[in-house]
Design a protein around this ligand. Structure first.
Ligand SMILES: Nc1ncnc2c1ncn2[C@@H]1O[C@H](COP(=O)(O)OP(=O)(O)OP(=O)(O)O)[C@@H](O)[C@H]1O
Ligand SMILES: [Mg+2]
Length: 325
């Protein structure tokens, strides 16, 4: 991999639920390089948002990083000073969240919020910050930037609000944008437009994106690399086309098998077993149709034919397992 700007190494996060401790992220490693569009996919509760927020040390207050490092251009953000972290967030690492209404301040106009962010991070001059904000609103294909600049968040549609958040995310030319389900709350016809817009801006500016989605179809269409999460662990990663053409982990295969386009018309969709039972060893073991004795130990991540890596004993015994499925 060339030029990683972000290298997460062995990240473990614990939380507390109803008084009992719980491992939420378990030994996560992930790299993102300059300008890379990387996807993070997995089912609900697998830990995607927790990982996205932990990257900027924004994990919830009742959750704690207990092991690992978050290297941002070789600087470990774990335990970094809050002033360092808040200078970094927005200017180097920006976030776009799923729900645009809660991400905007309802008591301030769009223009005021944009100008404040630009002035805080890059350009203290009010007039030129205003000019930059209007230019950004035009860049996200808003037809009347002046009107939106003067509007209040509640006066805009969901799609418009998400465009505003994309403009704000790019306003300080960050090196990485963490986009957590950025289009899930939008009307299906608007989803594709907004996602295309986000990725076009990122490619034009060489901004890396970590796109979080539960939809493997979205990741397939948009991301160069993919990281598949299951129960707080990364179970497979690699070049998206290669991983999805020949998935090595049974969970990745199961995700793909659930895609409607993969089955013949009028045949039943393969639904993944809903068992969430946790057992020692491989976390997917209880749901895996190929599980065998060795799966009672946690499989390490192992390289697969130079295109990626998977944490599965079966694949390690037979590297061609995905090719043959
Ligand atoms: N504040 C918290 N305290 C304790 N546990 C939490 C907290 N927030 C999330 N969790 C737990 O962490 C796990 C991962 O949650 P997370 O929100 O990261 O999942 P996700 O993959 O983003 O799911 P979704 O697709 O639904 O957004 C879940 O088991 C969740 O219950
Ligand atoms: Mg989430």
């Amino acid at each position: 991999m060339t030029n990683p700007i972000l290298a997460v190494e062995g990240l473990t996060v614990r939380g507390h639920r109803n008084g009992s401790p719980q491992v939420i992220l378990d030994d996560i490693s992930l790299k993102v390089s300059v300008g890379e569009i990387a996807g993070l996919v997995g089912e609900s509760g697998s830990g995607k948002s927790m990982l996205g927020s932990a990257i900027g040390a924004l994990q919830p207050i009742n959750c704690e990083i207990t092991a690992g490092r978050i290297l941002w251009r070789d600087r470990d953000l774990r335990g970094a000073d809050e002033t360092v972290l808040s200078a970094l967030r927005g200017s180097q690492i920006a976030y776009i969240f799923q729900e645009p209404m809660t991400a905007l301040n309802p008591t301030l106009s769009i223009g005021r919020q944009m100008v404040d962010v630009i002035r805080r991070h890059t350009d203290p001059d009010e007039r030129s910050a205003r000019g930059k904000a209007l230019k950004l609103l035009a860049d996200v294909r808003i037809d009347s930037p002046e009107d939106v600049f003067n509007a209040w968040p509640h006066q805009l549609s969901g799609g418009m609000r998400q465009r505003v958040l994309i403009a704000m995310a790019f306003s300080c030319t960050p090196a990485l944008i963490v986009a957590d389900e950025p289009t899930t709350a939008l009307d299906v016809t608007v989803q594709a437009q907004v996602l295309t817009l986000l990725l076009r801006l990122a490619r034009d500016r060489r901004t890396a994106v970590l796109l979080i989605s539960h939809d493997i179809g979205v990741i397939r269409r948009t991301c160069e690399t993919v990281h598949v999460m299951y129960a707080g662990r990364i179970v497979e990663r690699g070049n998206t086309a290669a991983v999805l053409a020949a998935p090595r982990h049974p969970y990745t295969r199961a995700l793909l098998d659930c895609l409607p386009g993969r089955v013949q018309p009028k045949t039943r969709l393969n639904a993944l077993s809903t068992s969430q039972q946790t057992m020692p060893g491989c976390s997917f073991r209880a749901r895996c149709q190929s599980a065998f004795n060795q799966c009672s130990e946690v499989p390490p991540m192992a390289d697969v034919l130079s295109v990626g890596a998977a944490a599965c004993w079966l694949t390690q015994q037979n590297p061609l397992a995905g090719e043959l499925s």
